[in-house]
Design a protein around this ligand. Structure first.
Ligand SMILES: [Zn+2]
Ligand SMILES: [Zn+2]
Length: 142
């Protein structure tokens, strides 16, 4: 069980399973929404992610053309997670959780990124992670 939450503590998350993947994303949307050069994310099953509080939902079409909703704490603005919205309006079965929201740093130490995406936008002074698969664009998701 991994627990985490936003900067001010009003939104809390719990994740009961094991992440399907861990990825660094260098895309420009991630840069904006995290305020950082890149994002570190765990791909999890949406059904296994439990959220308390009322995250603010922000919809946007991503570079890859997908309709994405990103969720932030409405008070402190911490980026929490995002997921694809299917053409029928349903949320996707997988959710991209911002890895830095988990309380226990061991989770981040132990789970190294297995993949890096949108590496074309990676800043020149950031080195690729050794052993992580590199994709210039989006990961071909199952
Ligand atoms: Zn907050
Ligand atoms: Zn991204």
């Amino acid at each position: 069980m991994a627990v985490g939450g936003c900067f001010c503590g009003k939104v809390r998350v719990e994740y009961s399973g094991q992440p399907l993947a861990s990825a660094l994303c260098h895309c420009l949307d991630c840069r904006k929404l995290t305020g950082s050069p890149y994002s570190y994310n765990f791909l999890v099953k949406s059904a296994e992610l439990h959220v308390s509080g009322s995250p603010k939902e922000v919809a946007k079409t991503s570079d890859s053309g997908n309709a994405i909703k990103n969720y932030f704490c409405p008070d402190c603005g911490t980026p929490l997670f995002g997921r694809k919205i299917k053409s029928n309006g349903d949320s996707d079965e997988t959710t991209v959780v911002r890895a830095g929201i988990f309380d226990d740093s061991r989770i981040l130490h132990e789970r190294t990124p297995v993949v890096e995406i949108y590496t074309e936008q990676r800043l020149k002074w950031v080195s690729p992670i050794e052993g992580a698969d590199q994709f210039t664009g989006m990961l071909p998701l199952p």
